[in-house]
Ligand binder design. Structure first.
Ligand SMILES: Cc1cc2nc3c(=O)[nH]c(=O)nc-3n(C[C@H](O)[C@H](O)[C@H](O)COP(=O)(O)OP(=O)(O)OC[C@H]3O[C@@H](n4cnc5c(N)ncnc54)[C@H](O)[C@@H]3O)c2cc1C
Length: 378
């Protein structure tokens, strides 16, 4: 009998658990640990903020995985010992034959003085009701959407939020000026100059200002302070800096800020210890990091599961992580663009930006529906 412990029940962890369950013998144990009780996709946040669809509609209990033969432990991972393939959950030690680390990226608003007091944290699920209320009750003025650190997950998300908020306020006749700032020289550098021009053109057409090369150092009441200059706001929605979860940092696995893995096998330096998704850093051929996105975490979970199952069966693992993926960027008006390609292609990432079209928005709804149905069974 073998035991696999999966740390984290997000995109990567759930995909790994289900794929392992499908591949391993019934007597083998698949354990998934998460301190959260529910799964929800990141992109639903914009729908909650703009009142389009409530969080509960896309939230599913991780405990539903128990019916699929996965043991779900609700608790906090307090230590990881990769050499022993052992972990502690709320102080209790568990050992395994293989570990999959899928703990994601931790939000670090504390790295920006004033963030907690003055900004609404777009990426914290627990803040969603507060943001939705603030947006609903906003009577006009300057809305700032800020990217406060790199890397951050789902690079298109703040731009999508700007477009959806523009539509929201326009429909209600609320007079607003919307600005998006970030530290990078273009909106989403991974898309290249042509892809960025498409996104930035879309923002400009809606009167949304994009402020590149704006690295915020702190926030004061009604003002974001940059290395050079300041920007006032009446409503500030921020993407906080991200960092590797503290427990991963303590384990010694994050030698480079994030967990370094073999980009094809997703193995860490420790035998039978894999890391997938946002907790890792995988470099593309141009030297930039692969964007942190659910599609890559999910694909990583599938690869790790297949390789673990092969090892347990005494076979040479063959499945590798290809870095192919896509994600949708809603532009309002019932349309979305799609960004897709081979992000790990050589000699350079091969990425295209298509649309917008109503069909891509339908695909986005389908993306969520299909996964919730196959993963949690409804
Ligand atoms: C607004 C927004 C929009 C997005 N849109 C898209 C999109 O359209 N397409 C796309 O592909 N991606 C999108 N993403 C990104 C996507 O959500 C992440 O990249 C993805 O969730 C990463 O998966 P993961 O499994 O690596 O980590 P996560 O999904 O973050 O899962 C990590 C899990 O680990 C748990 N955890 C962490 N530390 C501990 C601990 N110590 N003990 C116990 N549990 C712990 C957490 O509770 C969490 O459930 C979006 C993200 C946001 C915020």
């Amino acid at each position: 009998m073998h035991r696999v412990i999966i740390l984290g029940g997000g995109f990567g962890g759930v995909a790994a658990a289900l794929n392992l369950r499908a591949r391993l013998a019934a007597a083998d144990e698949v354990i998934l640990v998460d301190r959260r009780t529910h799964f929800m996709m990141g992109f639903r946040k914009s729908w909650v903020i703009t009142g389009r669809s409530p969080a509960d509609e896309g939230r599913r209990p991780l405990a539903a995985l128990e019916q699929r033969g996965i043991r779900v432990l609700n608790g906090t991972v307090t230590a990881i010992d990769p050499a022993a393939r052992a972990v502690e959950v709320d102080g209790r030690r568990l050992e395994a034959d293989a570990l999959v680390i899928a703990l994601g990226a931790e939000l670090a608003p504390d790295q920006i003085p004033g963030f907690a007091e003055h900004a609404l944290n777009f990426y914290a699920p627990e803040e969603l009701p507060r943001i939705a209320d603030a947006v609903k009750n906003f009577r006009g003025g300057r809305v700032l959407i800020g990217i406060f650190g790199l890397p951050y997950k789902c690079p298109p998300a703040p731009f999508e939020l700007a477009l959806l908020l523009d539509e929201f306020f326009r429909d209600r006749g609320v007079p607003v000026t919307i600005e998006v700032f970030g530290p990078q020289p273009m909106a989403i550098p991974v898309l290249g100059p042509a892809g960025c021009a498409a996104i930035e053109g879309r923002l400009a057409a809606r009167g949304i200002t994009f402020l590149p090369n704006h690295r915020a150092t702190r926030i004061e009441a009604g003002e974001v302070v940059f290395g050079r200059g300041r920007r006032t706001f009446d409503l500030l929605i921020g993407v906080p800096p991200h960092r590797v979860p503290a427990v991963v940092s303590r384990s010694g696995l994050a030698t480079n800020g994030w967990v370094t893995v073999n980009p094809e096998t997703l193995e860490t330096g420790f035998p039978d210890v894999y890391a997938i998704g946002d907790v890792t850093e995988v470099l593309m051929a141009d030297g930039r990091p692969l964007p942190k996105a659910g599609v890559f975490a999910e694909a990583g979970g599938e690869v790790a599961a297949a390789r673990i199952a092969a090892r347990f069966a005494g076979r040479q693992p063959e499945e590798t992580f290809a870095g192919n993926g896509h994600c949708y960027l809603e532009v309002g008006g019932g349309e979305a663009m799609v960004v897709r390609g081979g992000f790990l292609a050589k000699p350079a990432p091969a990425i295209e930006v298509l649309g917008p079209s109503p069909g891509y928005l339908r695909e986005k709804y389908e993306f969520e529906r299909r996964r919730l149905e196959t993963w949690f069974g409804d």
